[in-house]
Design a protein around this ligand. Structure first.
Ligand code: SAM
Length: 213
């Protein structure tokens, strides 16, 4: 499914009206059609500003939240970015438009297979998608300029903090999985970490280990 001109206009209007104003982020979200990332009965709702179910009992995030998280990450063209929680692959595809290289980790093999086939169709050659427990990060490729986590942990995982470059930014939801969580922005300084609380959000939990499927 691809968006009609009217669907695209309404989609971008909804995102802008929720506070996504960074032109590079808006351009990336205009370019990457959300349709291919939503399958089955929910595909008709791909252009609504709402989270939707995907395989393995997971969700594709609400587009305005994707936009706000991407905006808060302040991605620069030379950046190497780590995403934890590939899900449908939509967020990684947006990041691929803004960064030099994107590594995205997902604990469900099936989701990686499905996301990879969309990355291939779209020729997104700067995205590397892997089945892995993202709470451990990707030590082989560290340090990262930016880290985006799209599942909620009670606290920022230590390995991810350690894999953030000095001057780097990490955006992630923190809090109990059954409650409203806080989206936070962590900046690594020469001497430690600065924390800024951005807004209330609701994400599926960050779970250690690999999934069954
Ligand atoms: N970024 C996704 C997108 O654009 O569709 C949305 C991700 S969904 C809200 C969160 C994802 O994080 C789920 O697919 C879940 O399986 C994954 N996840 C949870 N714990 C994980 C872990 N330890 N390592 C990797 N992925 C994990």
């Amino acid at each position: 499914m691809t968006a009609t001109a009217e669907q695209k206009m309404q989609f971008l209007y909804a995102i802008r009206s929720k506070g996504v104003t960074d032109q590079r982020v808006l351009t990336a979200m205009e370019k990457i059609d959300r349709g291919p990332f939503v399958r089955g009965v929910f595909s008709e709702r791909a252009y609504e500003d709402t989270p939707l179910p995907i395989a393995c009992g997971q969700t594709i995030s609400q587009p305005s939240v994707v936009g706000l998280m991407t905006q808060a990450l302040e991605v620069q063209p030379r950046d190497k970015v780590l995403e934890v929680g590939t899900g449908s692959g939509y967020q990684a595809a947006i990041l691929s438009q803004l960064a030099r290289r994107v590594y995205t980790l997902e604990r469900h093999r099936r989701l990686i297979r499905e996301a990879q086939s969309i990355f291939d169709q779209l020729n997104l050659s700067n995205v590397t998608a892997m089945t892995a427990d993202g709470s451990r990060g990707l030590p082989d490729q560290a340090p990262f300029d930016r880290i985006l986590v799209t599942a909620a942990a009670e606290d920022p995982p230590g390995p991810l903090l350690a894999q953030l470059r000095i001057g780097g930014i990490m955006v992630l939801p923190v809090g109990q999985s059954d409650a409203v969580q806080s989206l936070i922005k962590v900046t690594r300084t020469e001497t430690g970490f600065d924390y800024e609380e951005l807004r209330a959000v609701r994400f599926v939990p960050l779970i250690e280990g690999l999934g069954q499927d």
